[in-house]
Design a protein around this ligand. Structure first.
Ligand SMILES: Cc1ncc(COP(=O)(O)O)c(C=O)c1O
Length: 416
């Protein structure tokens, strides 16, 4: 959205905290995909129907006239359902009333957490590539993002993994550091942090008395390869971490309903109370019928074996898109989690666009010339480290098989 208009009052300026924001990478690439009639494997939202039991729960909630403001910290039935679902995963009984805050998607939980915990001038460590609302939320809270990159590992041509350099992380911590954000499974590289890595991060957090925001919205999208067993480890379950960790989840990701915008923060009472203190003055409360629907859906996940179904469904889609990308020589890096695949484009020669990073030019070329939209990963790195992704592009596979096959045909015609 443009912040300047031809008809502004004299001297108008947006507030300094939003002045540098511009538009998100998705605005540009969604428009470009539409203009070029491209298959949009750019923005990560499912384009297939939500499960019937989830939609039926919403229809019933509307029919039941649940139309008025919800309890501000979360509809009682939803916080109870979340406490019941997550208690065993956290290895502790969760108190639905004091340890869970329901938010407008995980995105509002990120914003509310920064407002609640970051003082102006505090530093917040963000691991790159990051979900792009992290730096914006830190900045709007008056904090300063400090970036630590995941670096592609392996030879220069085929990255096989993404490594966090613990010395680099340690060096980024200063007396002003207040909070560290971790995202596992990770968007956009699909890394699932290992227990060992998380334990080392946890030790640093304890040594330096940092709070941790653990964004686990892709918690159910973890893929099992026999040669590479993968385990989603929750930061809050590591020794000494419950007290200092806020864990985020998202109904949008979990039930393929990103437009419902229901998320949650789970944290010990003092941290949850702080997040709530901000949340009550942001949206006050979240849509009542949608919370009821998510509660009813959550209550049914065990009997329906829903989470195993979800990860198997996505794993099949991952393998479908991996197969295409391998076939056309894009050397994809198989993700352990989330619904994104990073590919290598260093052998392609898109027209250079002066002033733009190479991955932006490549993704524009994919969209315009091949008819398949991708996202340039440098959009999720700070200017300082954006060079790391010059030869990479991100595709998502949370799409119908028909759409993935349409993309496959186009990619094969152009590159195959
Ligand atoms: C890492 C990460 N966190 C949070 C979100 C947003 O979640 P929600 O849609 O519930 O706001 C996204 C969405 O893409 C994401 O990738």
């Amino acid at each position: 959205m443009s912040t300047a208009s031809l008809h502004t009052p004299p001297g108008f300026q947006p507030a300094s905290r939003v002045r540098g924001f511009g538009t998100t990478v998705f605005t540009e690439f969604t428009a470009l995909a539409l203009q070029n009639n491209a298959v949009n494997l750019g923005q990560g939202f499912p384009n297939f129907p939500a499960p019937d039991f989830v939609k039926e729960a919403a229809q019933q909630a509307i029919a039941a006239d649940l139309n008025q403001y919800a309890r501000a910290a979360g509809h009682p039935r939803l916080v109870r359902a979340l406490a019941a679902a997550y208690g065993p995963l956290f290895g502790r009984a969760l108190d639905p009333l004091s340890e869970i805050v329901v938010t407008v998607g995980a995105t509002e939980a990120i914003f509310a957490t920064m407002q609640a915990l970051v003082e102006p001038g505090d530093e917040v460590i963000l691991i790159e590539p990051f979900y792009d609302s992290y730096p914006a939320s830190v900045i709007m809270a008056g904090g300063a993002p400090v970036y630590v990159p995941l670096r592609p590992q392996g030879d220069a041509v085929r990255a096989v993994d993404w490594a966090l350099d613990m010395d680099e992380l340690r060096a980024a911590i200063s007396p002003r550091t207040r909070l560290l954000v971790i995202n596992t499974p990770q968007n956009p590289v699909g890394k699932v942090f290992t227990r060992q890595e998380l334990t080392e991060i946890a030790q640093l957090a304890q040594t330096h008395n940092l709070l941790v925001l653990s964004d686990e919205v892709y918690e159910w999208m973890v893929y099992q390869d026999p040669a590479r067993p993968v385990e989603h480890v929750r930061m809050a379950t590591l020794p000494g971490m419950w007290e200092r960790t806020i864990t985020l989840g998202s109904a949008g990701k979990t039930f393929s309903v990103t437009g419902w915008k229901i998320g949650w923060a789970i944290a010990p009472p003092p941290l949850a109370a702080a997040v709530f203190a901000a949340h009550q003055w942001i949206p006050f409360a979240v849509s009542t019928p949608m919370q009821e629907a998510v509660a009813v859906a959550m209550e049914q996940t065990t009997e329906r074996d829903y989470f195993n179904w979800l990860s198997a469904m996505y794993q099949a889609k991952r393998d479908r898109l991996m197969h295409t990308l391998e076939l056309v020589g894009l050397r994809p890096v198989s993700p352990d989690g989330s619904y994104f695949i990073i590919v290598h484009t260093d052998h392609l020669n898109p027209p250079a666009e002066p002033g733009y990073r190479r991955d932006f030019s490549v993704c524009r070329w994919f969209t315009r010339e091949i008819g398949v939209a991708a996202i340039p990963p440098s959009a999720f790195y700070s200017a300082e480290h954006a060079y790391l992704t010059d030869s990479l592009a991100r595709f998502c596979f949370c799409k119908t098989d028909e759409m993935l096959d349409d993309a496959a045909e186009r990619l094969q015609r152009a590159l195959g």
